[in-house]
Structure formats: C-alpha cells, structure tokens
Design a protein around this ligand. Sequence first.
Ligand SMILES: [Zn+2]
Length: 399
Amino acid sequence: MDKDTYNALLERIDQAIENGRKEFLDIFLDSIRYKTVNPPGDELEFAKFLTEKLAQEGVEVELQEVRPGRPNALGYVRFGQGGKKLLFNSHMDTVPAGAANWETDPFEPVIKDGLVYGRGVADDKGGLISMLIACIVLQRLKPEINGEIIFCGAMGEETGGIGTEYWVNSGRRVDAAVIGEPSKMELVIAHRGAYRPSIYFYGKTAHSSEPSQGENAIYYASNFVQGIQELEERLKNKEHYLTGYPTIALTIFNGGVKVNVIPDKVEVAMDRRISPGEKVEEAKKEIEDLLKELAEQGKIGRYEFGPCIDNKGAGIVAEDEAIVKHMQKVLKRRGYDDKLVGMRATTDMYLLTDAGIPTIIFGPGDMAQAHRPNEHFPLEELYEAAKIYAELAVNFFLD
Ligand SMILES: [Zn+2]
C-alpha cells in the first residue's frame, strides 16, 4: 500500500468513527445495562449482543462456551488472503456494584460533564466497545490489506481469567494481542501477578481461666503477622523498573470460637503481588522460610497451607516486539505519549504471554476507577481508542 492510500485509509477510519458517534454511544450505553456481574458472571446475553453486532456487519462469529451458559464472544474480521492475526481481548464481566455509595443506578448509565457513570464503564466495557467499534468500522471500510482481527469478549476475567485461559488452552493462536484494560491511553508492557495463599495455625484448646493448659493459636498467628509486616518492608528493596516493588498484604484473619475458650485454630490469608520476572514459587518460598524460622524459635505450633484462590502470574513483553513498536508509532502520530509503562493490577495478559503471544495492554479509562462506586469513564476516549485500535491493526497487518 503506498503512502497516499495508507493516509487516505486512516482518514476514512477517523471519519467513519466520527460519523458513527451516536450509533457507537448507544452500543456503549447498552453494554452497561447488561448485568454481567461476576460472580456469578451472566455473560451470555451480553455475549449474544456483541456477536450480533458483528454478525450484522457480515463478520463470522462464535460463542465459545467456557462454562455452561457462559461463553467467550468471538468475532473474526478478515481482510484479503492470509496475513497476520491480531487478537483484541477485553473482558465482559464486571465486579459487583456493591450496595452503598452509588449516586446513580450502576446499571443505567448517566453522562455528566463528558463522563459516563456506571458499573464496568472503565473496567472493562470502555475498552471492549472501543475494540468492537474498530472491528465494525474496518469491516465496513474493507481496506485492501491481508490480515485477521480476532475479537474476543472474554468471560470470567474477574474470577481468575478463566475465559482467556480457556481460549488459550483450546489451542487458539495469534501473532500478537492487545488487552483493552483501562490504561489511561498509555502503552502498558508489563503487569504484576498475585499469589494468594491462606495458612491455618493450630494450637490447643483449653478453658480461658487456665490459659497455660492450652496453646493459643491467635498468639501463634500474631507472630506470623509480625513476620509478614517485616517481609513487607524488605520487599520495598525489590524495585521493578516498570511495576514498582512487589507487595504483600494480610487480608483475612479468622479465629476463635467463644470468649472463654483458648482458640486452637486461626486462618490467615494474604495477597502477595508478584513482579514481572518473579515466580510464584519464589514468593511461596519466602513465606515457607518465615514459617520454618518461627517454628524453630517456638513462636508457632503446627500449621498448614489452605486453598489458594485466584492466583495470577505476571506478564511482560519485550520492548522491541513488533506489536509494541507499531503501537508506539500509532500513538506518536496521534500526538499521544508513547512511553512504555507497567500496571500494578493483575490482568489476563500473562495468560497470553505465557503462551508465547506478544501482548500489550492499552485501553481508554483509568484503572483507578475499577471496582469503585461511581465508576466513571471519559466518553471521548471511547472514540479515540477505537481509532487507535483500528490504526494499529492496519499498521500491524501492513508490516
Ligand atoms: Zn478489568
């Protein structure tokens, strides 16, 4: 494609998105009205909505059932013959709205001062609908290029990333991927993971009038808590240049049965955030070493690891990967900052990078809004991100 044709195509993309503002806004507002709250998920009707929008344009679609009645929404936007494959992945589910502190109905979007309010506007329906718009517009424009966009509205991201994991495990492969999590329109090339163990501390029950006849599991667990606080301080020395230092936070402390009984069991759970390059096994070993040390000092009794919920790895992509370079080029041309940044939250990115798929995160909206009451999203970025996704695809396919 010569330079004039290329520039004319980019011009047509922008125009098609500008002309479609009303249509695309309606799609976005409708997307918020689908209660895809996870748990339980309930992505089915929304998945049908997304695939119908694509099917109307003549795009081949697929509902990939991951759990009964809970599919990934897939679309295959093809141009020319063969060429590279690019995955657009954003998730359909949201966290619950929470009962309190919403000033508006979380599932009836409200626009005020350029911001849209509703559950999921930023995390992750903004990115998801921007990607959908890019697909619709490119399908309508039928550019003379070779390549294929795989649109994926992923289910189950908020509870372990099971939708994207299933997509990967079903053998689907692409040359590169973009995750549409809210990144404030910044180019994210790494994110942290999470290791979330729980540990049971055991003691010996006794009447609390005779504490010396028992072993108090709360005292044991408290010694461990102190050790974790010290570990938290030490982690501050393990700075990662993109995602900052890893963290550990104690999040659950459960124990005791009755006010006059020495407790014989306490559960402690924690959330250890993993830096790119760190391994879950290393994080686990730090905690095991602490437990061993405390046991040798007689500061804890018997203990055991309980279930580990929602572990997620860390993801990173090399700075010189084609998808990174192409996105930088697009951002630069559009006057955006093309610096490379890291994300402290977990995402589905690592599932793709672990499978060898170079993946970036880029999306409209701010992750700081995620999981909050009065979640809001700058509407203008819906259209801007759609333009960027569409241009990125063209750029990537022409390479
Ligand atoms: Zn998200």
